[in-house]
Design a protein around this ligand. Sequence first.
Ligand code: PLP
Length: 373
Amino acid sequence: MIPFNKPYCSGRELKYMEEVCHSTTMSGNGQFTKKCHKFFEEKYGFKKCLLATSGTDALEMCAMLCELKPGDEVIIPSYTFVSTALAFLREGAKVVFADSGAENPNVRSENIEPLITDKTKVIAVVHYAGVACDMDAIMSLAEKHNLLVVEDAAHSVDSFYKGKPLGGIGHLGAFSFHETKNISSGEGGMLVVNDERFIRRSEIIWEKGTNRAEFYRGMVNKYGWCDMGSSFLPSEFNAAYLWAQLEQLDDIQNKRKHIWNMYYEGLKGKIDSEITIPELPEYATNNAHMFYLLCPSLDYRTKLMGYLKEKGIQTTFHYLPLHSSAYYQDKHDGRELSNCDRYGDTLVRLPLFYELTDDEINIVINAIKQFRI
Ligand SMILES: *Cc1c(COP(=O)(O)O)cnc(C)c1O
């Protein structure tokens, strides 16, 4: 069986976690946490990074920093993971779902603009599969209407829009290091603060509403309770695990891109012409987070996935549109989001992980080539 995913392990994870065992700091914000922050701040020029216990928690910190009031509206894609919506709902905001574009699952500024009202405070975008949304158009829309932009960059480590790193373009960004992402710590995430106005408060929210981070830096001589917050920081064990992966980031990315390119070259123009293969916009880089196919219908996808399963190949579909979920369908305003529904019905993801061999990739390619409904 060729599995859909297998978490990557660099081999140094246990060594670094053992170092934590023998050190004086096992809770958060120790040496490995600082190394991870520095890595991202230096490599990508992010102003401020704070590791979090998950991408969901990083999004929750973003939502808290936006200081939403009940009735405020946040525009988000419907084709995304639940956490993008949950973070803002927990702050009492109303979530307004935007449709995806026709060419890929990303939201487009044309789909966002008509949803802006005088209650709108935030636009949250998801760079699906690590492929950038058209950020120039979205940022100028935000500027025109005085809105904040939160980038859900959960898929987007080491990916760029016109040379700018994803997660570093909006006012705030959130990464995930869940085991299904390019680099992982089992569960993990990171908040990125790009607008300086939010830096001080982000550290306080991160440290249970206290100014402990400033105290550790010697900026204040005692620390206390100053604001809302929670325990968003991960332990040093998680940071040590993540560090072992970050050290291998270039190797991981090169391997994933090799797999992605093999799929692309092997499938393009060589399979049932009813299946669509992703093409990247010219402004976006490929971080090879995912390789997906778009089938002509739900029935076609069900048959293709069943056929591949019989051949020992595990594939998966992806998001169920949030606007028609059991939890939200009664709260949604009833607008049809037809592109989102289409991705919900027809998108299928192929196996893509570090240890996937060329032979296995060819097995997948050949199986899809032979498939006819
Ligand atoms: C994975 C993911 C999240 C949540 O990240 P966790 O680390 O699992 O909490 C949020 N948004 C998107 C788009 C994701 O893919």
